[in-house]
Design a protein around this ligand. Sequence first.
Ligand code: ATP
Ligand code: MG
Ligand code: MG
Length: 370
Amino acid sequence: REYACSKREEAISNFRFVGKLESATPYGNGHINDTFLLVFSQPDMGNHRVILQRLNNEIFKKPEEVMANILGVTSYLKKQIIANNGDPDRETLNIILTKDGKPFYKDSIGSYWRAYFFIEGATCFEKVEKEEDFYESAYAFGHFQMLLSDYPADTLYETIVGFHDTASRFETFKKVVQADVCGRASAVQEEINFVLQREELIHILPDMFQAGKLPLRVTHNDTKLNNIMIDNCTGKAVCVIDLDTVMPGFAVNDFGDSIRFGASTAAEDERDLEKVSCDMALFECYVKGYLKGCEGKLTDTEVSLLAAGAKLMTFECGMRFLTDYLDGDHYFKIHREGHNLDRCRTQFKLVQDMENKWDTMTKIVEKYGS
Ligand code: ATP
Ligand code: MG
Ligand code: MG
């Protein structure tokens, strides 16, 4: 943070900011980038606020590509929002360019900075407290999909290669089981078999795509509640933020990941599996909001695959936790012995629960999808 501070001044002086800088302070609860709130004053015009972020260069190896994706998508969104009589200053992130016209500034030691206008009069919630907020997040991500439904998704960079390539993650899993570097495999045979028995899941989406039945979409890939802003007055979703992981992908994966963590009745690392299930009321709430937001822009095939997307994303996530557990906990940070195994078990419990509730899930999707 100290390091970020010294370079922050350098970064600030290189953007096209207007007015006099009054303050610059760390801001928000993001886990990935360093986020700062800047306040600028102008005579007779009062203050305005800006978000300045230093990108995490551990995670984003090609920040230029991240920013090219964000610039492409936000420029397009702006036009779409205007065409839909919306407010382009509030309903999308707005990039502030640098003095030499770039969407990022690279400082003298190689860190990347970017700036957005602050979205005023709206709040980011950390946890689902009301069902309405979950509905709003569903609506927001559906609406995002709707606005971008004609965007040429194949022109976006794949900034994290193979992010939802479940088949290649499955191959990695098998290799890690074979190698068994920590000698943990024999004690988790049940979990390993759980994965192996569901191998057919990994082919569903790629096969559909290969057959030309599943469109490539602009996906967000971090569809959490705290990545949308909710209007302080109306309680309605205003804007989808945090576009770092925007990539070409499948809409059902975004949907599925939201269900995986948003409709679960327990924390991702809950040890008491009795507490873990997929809440059908929350599932219904999300389906309803998402499809409403999409305004019919999803194809029938995509709609018919929503429940599968939920199961698939949960399966993939559980498999990744198990892989990391077997491999010695290198990827996901652990805070206790067996943490990744606990996480894997909650995900597999959810998968099982979805399998048990499959009829209900498909009926809910049919109810709102037709
Ligand atoms: P995450 O852990 O979700 O990946 P991150 O480190 O990528 O977070 P962001 O989500 O981009 O960071 O931003 C962190 C927080 O800053 C947001 O949760 C939100 O509260 C606030 N924020 C970001 N951009 C804006 C904006 N344009 N206007 C208002 N607030 C914003
Ligand atoms: Mg965020
Ligand atoms: Mg983020």
